[in-house]
Design a protein around this ligand. Structure first.
Ligand SMILES: *Cc1c(COP(=O)(O)O)cnc(C)c1O
Length: 383
């Protein structure tokens, strides 16, 4: 029998216990949590779209047209006109022949990796890839090797040593806990040289980086030849829910036939797809949201540098402060909470041992004054 009590107590003692907060009301810089108002810097709603009035209206209109539940999986009768239209718009937006919706990013990764490689194949992953990509590797039964973070020489060596029939390189486009961008042009060149396929998980860059927010591949002007498998989520910068994979006609048909987390799950509500369509239009037209983010990022980094805070090398809305031990990161997060500022402490196993951090994220919905308030709170929390 598992002794849950003892196991939970152990976690608590190691400062690894995780607790949820209950928020009332929508996402936004100011959040009502357990009856108190907090200024939040931990959301992935980078563009401030999760509660945008046009997206809310599109969602409501979607419910009026389609009801709430999709009723079944896409391959049964859950694939609506709204899903179809969104897939076509995502394909156009990512400049790829086709796109396929998945219910979540976690499932998109599990399904896609396992559909592309299996026993006897080789899978190469950045050491800091998202947990869902590592789990996808285990599920696929391919031989998984993790290369050093962002290190193209490291992946080249592993590719040279491999004699597997199928080789797949998978990387986050923008790393979720570090805020740095993967060396995609070099990875694409390595993939070409070693006859490997490259897959990019753009969960954090989609809507945020590149011209019109087309993501990290567009940021480097890499099309579907260089990056044949592009995955992104819709619950972060897009502000809605779900995920998709974009690529060739044949890739998408192969996923429809074989990706089990696609086949054996209920389609997301069509109204979500309608909301996402509205969000995609806003992402393309509202250049000011990305410009505003740049202004806030600059202001935060300059202020933090003046305070001598341990910034990491990131030019993106993810601006982690390295703390070290889980205990110190939790203590610092609690001190900030005392000042009405919400930033979660990120601890192992999400990040490597000894690199616990405060993961600060900026949103286009923040004001410069709110960034200044954050800096002041950090100054006193670090003192
Ligand atoms: C959040 C995230 C996912 C999972 O996406 P969900 O839609 O939340 O399941 C996958 N990959 C990365 C890099 C992520 O940050």
């Amino acid at each position: 029998m598992i002794d849950f009590r003892q196991k939970l107590a152990e976690r608590e003692a190691r400062h690894l216990y995780r607790r949820r907060r209950t928020s009332d009301g929508p996402q936004g810089p100011l959040q009502q949590i357990d009856g108190r108002e907090f200024l939040s810097f931990c959301s992935n709603d980078y563009l401030g779209l999760a509660n945008h009035p046009e997206i809310v209206a599109a969602f409501k209109h979607g419910v009026d047209s389609y009801g709430v539940g999709s009723g079944a999986a896409h391959l049964v009768n859950g694939h609506s006109r709204a899903h179809q239209a969104l897939e076509e718009e995502l394909a156009a937006f990512t400049q790829r022949p086709r796109a396929l919706l998945f219910s979540t990013g976690y499932m998109a990764n599990l399904g896609t990796v396992a559909a592309l490689v299996g026993a006897g194949d080789a899978l190469f992953e950045d050491r800091l890839n998202h947990a869902s990509l590592l789990d996808a590797g285990l599920l696929s039964r391919a031989r998984l090797s993790r290369y050093d973070h962002g290190d193209v020489a490291s992946v080249q060596n592993k590719l040279s040593d491999s004699s597997a029939a199928q080789k797949l390189i998978v990387t986050d486009g923008l790393f979720s806990m570090d805020g740095d961008i993967a060396p995609l042009p070099e990875l694409a060149a390595a993939a070409r040289r070693h006859d490997a396929m490259l897959m990019v998980d753009d969960a954090h860059a989609f809507g945020v980086l590149g011209p019109q927010g087309r993501g990290s591949c567009a940021h480097f002007a890499l099309g579907s030849e260089a990056v044949p498998v592009l995955m992104a989520t819709l619950g972060k910068g897009v502000g809605t829910f779900g995920a998709f994979v974009a690529g060739s006609e044949e890739l998408i048909e192969w996923l429809i036939q074989t990706a089990r987390p696609y086949i054996f799950t209920t389609a997301t509500p069509p109204a979500i797809a309608e909301a996402t369509r509205a969000s995609l239009r806003i992402i393309q037209t509202d250049e000011w949201r990305r410009e505003k983010l740049q202004t806030l990022i600059r202001r935060f980094r300059e202020g933090a540098a003046q305070l001598g805070l341990p910034l990491m090398t990131s030019e993106t809305p993810i601006q982690p402060l390295l703390v070290g031990t889980a205990a110190d990161a939790v203590a610092m997060s609690q001190r900030l909470e005392g000042q009405g500022i919400l930033i979660s402490a990120i601890r192992p196993p999400t990040v490597p041992e000894g690199t616990a951090r405060l993961r600060i994220t900026l949103s286009a919905a923040h004001s410069e004054g709110q960034v200044d308030r954050l800096l002041a709170a950090l100054e006193s929390a670090c003192a």
